[in-house]
Design a protein around this ligand. Structure first.
Ligand SMILES: [Zn+2]
Length: 78
């Protein structure tokens, strides 16, 4: 599924949308709407963006069972 970057993380609400945060406490990471179940998740500093900002590591495991990657602005399920 194509991943759509949303600048304002609080507006992430549709499947495949994602954002990044960079808080004053130094934590950085991913906010995303799960491509399978549509729940907005993330908000922890578990995922690191690459320099281009279009991929994260490590892979994403959602509680609904979806496991995949954000790579080159695409959510790729396994
Ligand atoms: Zn899910």
């Amino acid at each position: 599924m194509e991943a759509i970057f949303i600048k304002d993380g609080s507006k992430v609400k549709n499947k495949g949308e994602y954002s990044r945060f960079d808080r004053s406490d130094g934590s950085k990471g991913l906010i995303y709407c799960c491509p399978q179940c549509g729940e907005v998740s993330g908000g922890t500093d578990k995922h690191k963006f690459n320099d281009e900002g279009d991929s994260v590591t490590p892979s994403i495991i959602h509680k609904c069972g979806w496991h995949g990657y954000l790579e080159n602005n695409v959510f790729v399920g396994e």
